[in-house]
Design a protein around this ligand. Sequence first.
Ligand code: C2E
Ligand code: MG
Ligand code: MG
Ligand code: MG
Length: 292
Amino acid sequence: EAKRHRDGDPQRFHQAQEDELEERLTLEGELRRAIYNHELCLHLQPQVDEQRRVIGAEALVRWSHPERGNISPGRFIPLAEETGLILPLGLWVLKEGCRILGEWCQDPGYHHLKLSLNVSVRQFQQPNFVDQVLASIEQYAAPAERLTLELTESLFLNDPEGTVQKMTELRKKGIRFALDDFGTGYSSLAYLKALPLDTLKIDIAFVRDLTLNMQATPIAGTIIALAESLGLAVIAEGVETEDQREVLAHLGCSTYQGFLFGRPVPVESFLPEVLTDTSATSTQQSTSNPPA
Ligand code: C2E
Ligand code: MG
Ligand code: MG
Ligand code: MG
């Protein structure tokens, strides 16, 4: 009785709010520091074709905090969006992504790989976004046609015309666009048709409950059919089981991403995995050309 009374105490409620605010302010300061002190890094998760060949990767930002350990993007990306820190963070991701692509380009083992980067709405809506992308590509001599930018449906909510214009400009340079988490947002079919997209990413929510003994037509199937009718490619996200892969393949999906094929890993660990197919040739090469 007394406890219940205390819990309802407005002063206590106020204290909890203050604690939360303080925690956020601390985290905000630390994130600001992290962006400029290189505590962030990109991990890469493979994207594979029907034959499970790695055709590219999605870059996912990671924050390893010196005292708190790894902080998940689910916690700090929303904070970054609210505070505006997503702008320097997003620019860092863009540059680091282009640096990686530029490096792959130098190596015949990797130069076929595509890289996808997540772009926040706020970042995309900056007036100089197009310039930032083009400058980053140029700085690292990254092949534009192997760069995909992942956008989310919330872009539809305001300034659809500006969105189309920016996408069109970047697409002329060869950059591609994927719509992330498709099916969870607000997109209308009219906008979907108007946007110069290349790929729809089926959200994990529609992959999670796919099973082999499915009776009803799963939503994933509807999305795949929709993509086909719009002339778009499809990637299924969050594929964890062989059953899910099989159902998706049956529904006509041809590109996959998920723990079944590989978790996000540091850039250095990603590359050797890609090369496993050609390891015989690279071994031979390293024998005939011993390191200096
Ligand atoms: P997203 O872009 O939809 O990324 C996919 C998320 O699903 C990643 O979570 C990935 O680790 C996770 N995932 C991949 N395969 C599986 C699977 O088989 N099962 C399960 N359960 N999960 C899987 P992560 O890395 O925690 O990122 C969460 C979100 O944070 C991303 O969702 C994206 O919206 C955002 N994010 C990550 N990196 C960046 C970035 O560089 N910039 C921006 N703006 N947002 C980012
Ligand atoms: Mg994504
Ligand atoms: Mg996604
Ligand atoms: Mg997501």
